[in-house]
Write a protein that binds this ligand. Structure first.
Ligand SMILES: [Ca+2]
Ligand SMILES: [Ca+2]
Ligand SMILES: [Ca+2]
Length: 216
């Protein structure tokens, strides 16, 4: 009887630990929210492309928290590789490889979205961002041109006129305080994703950026 009770206790403990692990929640502090890409709570629509957890191997390539995600496989490495919509490219947001991060907000308003990536070319430098299951115009086609072959922060939107992206066009509007969910989805495969920052000021993070703002 005692053995059975101990066994049930162990099973319940393991279950609650795994539930806790799956329930990382972030919080906004003074108009900022910071999170590691690898601390997502769920990944969906990942049949064709999947975010894989990568540990720092090269001491020169230093990801925040020693880990980052890479969207694999990467079959379109150069402009000469075939572009296959729904496989290695998705100009439509919220269709492929969706990551979700719960966040508790106190302060409503507009938050600019910054992402730290490591781009090596022209076919691994785009991503989409969404909120609460929706994909507003202001979250589509985040784009990086500067800072190849190194970790780089940016918050720019690719437009017809400017393929390298315009500043201050990537943002999410928080209308109500409380729990919201942040999402990212694939635009180009091979994207390396280290960390994200939501901030009311348009103020580029430096280095690895500030530490995560965890609610739990
Ligand atoms: Ca590109
Ligand atoms: Ca690619
Ligand atoms: Ca990281």
């Amino acid at each position: 009887m005692l053995k059975a009770k101990v066994l049930i206790f162990i099973i319940l403990s393991i279950t609650s630990v795994s539930l806790l692990k799956a329930q990382i929640v972030f919080k906004e502090i003074n108009g900022m929210v910071i999170g590691e890409a690898e601390s997502y709570s769920s990944q969906t629509n990942d049949e064709a492309r999947r975010w894989k957890l990568i540990a720092n191997k090269d001491p020169v390539i230093t990801a925040s928290n020693s880990y980052y995600l890479e969207l694999l496989p990467d079959t379109r490495k150069t402009h000469d590789d075939p572009l296959i919509r729904g496989e290695n490219f998705s100009n439509e947001p919220g269709k492929m490889a969706i990551l979700t991060y719960p966040i508790d907000f106190k302060t409503t308003g507009r938050y600019y979205v910054w992402v730290r990536t490591y781009s090596t070319g022209t076919e691994d430098n785009g991503i989409h961002v969404g909120l609460d299951g929706e994909w507003p115009d202001s979250g589509q086609r985040m784009q990086w041109c500067e800072g190849k072959n190194q970790w780089a922060w940016a918050s720019k939107q690719r437009t017809e006129e400017n393929h390298c992206g315009e500043e201050r066009l990537i943002y999410l509007d928080i209308d109500e305080p409380g729990r919201h969910t942040l999402h990212f989805s694939m635009r180009e495969d091979g994207f390396a994703f280290d960390k994200w920052v939501l901030e009311k000021e348009y103020d580029k993070p430096v280095g690895m950026g500030p530490p995560s703002t965890l609610a739990n």
